[in-house]
Design a protein around this ligand. Structure first.
Ligand SMILES: [Zn+2]
Ligand SMILES: [Zn+2]
Ligand SMILES: [Zn+2]
Ligand SMILES: [Zn+2]
Ligand SMILES: [Zn+2]
Ligand SMILES: [Zn+2]
Ligand SMILES: [Zn+2]
Length: 391
């Protein structure tokens, strides 16, 4: 190991004689040569491994030279008071003898360590290494939260400007949609952007409005000829610019175009007819819907009437039950009356023979049959105890 490294602030206090003439650092395990020059022990061995080694002080060959350890100087050097090499703003404030400096340096929390991220060459103080590796280092691996693409902290911002899943604003309708769907969204034939310009605007169509799909379809149908003519002018202008002669096939293409236009006119007529029929169907559906609503209202009224009738029915049932109860009680009354009539008849039948046997003096006291009968009936209990002599 070469000599001791010391902080710049400590250099001034160290005598020149204490520096190794080979490595330029403070002598480590100092050895002295006969010429008086001092070297680190390992530095001298390293020098002697080369061809024709010579002393830096006197130029003498070191090939078979005798050297001896300078114990006094070694002790002197190890007792130098030095500061930690990792000195600086907010860094280590360790001070101590040089003999302890190596041990401290191995555990110093400000010792510089290489960043572990792939591609980073920074040396970071040990106490800040984790923060650097995970929060600050441009080479720290991260994943795009929108598309899971592997990126680094340094490349992520750039990636987000092109990431296919990041929301981007449609320039015509202002809606935010994933960037990779923007092209489909604004597609003139199938896109669902509600504010699309005519795709022939760039070729000279002056239609100023932004349209939804239905409006654009109508515009494309209505302005088919105009759009084709715009393209035709463009092609001709291009050809003129390039000095090209009209191609022999152009006539054929023109005819084909004309045929296509005629066919398209037919389609347009058919489409218009269908639109009209659709509109008529729409009216029919609307009328039927109105009828349905009216029927619904009437059903509501009928429901109300049914509910009222149910209530009435319940009340009538209650009345009927009361009447039945009264009828039952009248039957009981009739039965009781019949029983009493029966009893009266039986009584009368039993009284008649008794009356015939009644004493004559008592008969004279009565004025009529009816009176006698009444008198007897009040004494039914007594008469029944009299022996029946008539029988
Ligand atoms: Zn040295
Ligand atoms: Zn020498
Ligand atoms: Zn330190
Ligand atoms: Zn790093
Ligand atoms: Zn992404
Ligand atoms: Zn849009
Ligand atoms: Zn247009």
């Amino acid at each position: 190991m070469p000599g001791h490294r010391v902080a710049a602030c400590d250099l001034a206090a160290i005598d020149q004689a204490h520096f190794c003439r080979s490595c330029g650092l403070v002598l480590r395990d100092a050895v002295q040569l006969p010429c008086g020059a001092h070297y680190c022990e390992t530095c001298l061995l390293n020098m002697q491994r080369h061809d024709n080694p010579a002393c830096f002080r006197c130029g003498q060959s070191l090939a078979n030279i005798e050297s001896f350890p300078d114990q006094f100087m070694r002790r002197e050097i190890l007792s130098f008071n030095v500061t930690c090499l990792n000195i600086g703003d907010g860094s280590c404030d360790w001070h101590g003898e040089l003999r302890l400096a190596d041990a401290h340096r191995n555990t110093c929390q400000f010792r510089p360590l290489p960043c572990g991220n792939n591609g980073c060459t920074s040396m970071i103080p040990a106490c800040r290494l984790i923060d650097h590796e995970t929060l600050e280092c441009a080479h720290h691996p991260v994943m795009c939260e929108h598309c899971n693409a592997p990126e680094t902290l340094g490349s992520l911002q750039n990636h987000l400007t092109t990431c296919p899943n990041v929301l981007a604003e449609c320039t015509t309708c202002g809606i935010d949609i994933p960037r990779n769907q923007l092209k489909c969204h604004t597609d003139p034939l199938n896109g669902n952007c509600p504010r699309k310009p005519c795709p022939f605007r760039g070729y000279g169509c002056v239609h100023p409005e932004l349209m939804n799909q239905e409006g654009l379809n109508v515009h494309l149908l209505e302005k088919l000829k105009e759009h084709l003519l715009l393209l035709k002018h463009l092609v001709e202008a291009n050809r003129h610019q390039n000095g090209e002669e009209p191609h022999p096939q152009v006539g054929g293409i023109g005819q084909a175009l004309h045929g296509a236009e005629t066919k398209l006119e037919d389609h347009k007529w058919a489409l218009t007819t269908h639109y009209h029929r659709l509109a008529t169907l729409g009216d029919d559906v609307k009328r039927l819907f109105d009828v349905l609503v009216a029927v619904g209202d009437r059903v509501e009224v009928v429901y109300g009437m049914v509910a009222e009738l149910r209530q009435e029915n319940r009340e009538l049932r209650t009345c009927l039950a009361a009447l039945e109860r009264r009828a039952d009680s009248r039957d009981d009354h009739d039965n009781r009356m019949n029983g009493q009539f029966e009893m009266a008849r039986t009584l009368q039948a039993s009284l008649r023979p008794n009356f015939r046997n009644y004493p004559v003096r008592m008969k004279s006291n009565t004025r009529s049959w009816f009176g006698k009968l009444l008198m007897c009936s009040t004494n039914v209990q007594r008469l029944e105890t009299i022996p029946n002599t008539a029988s």
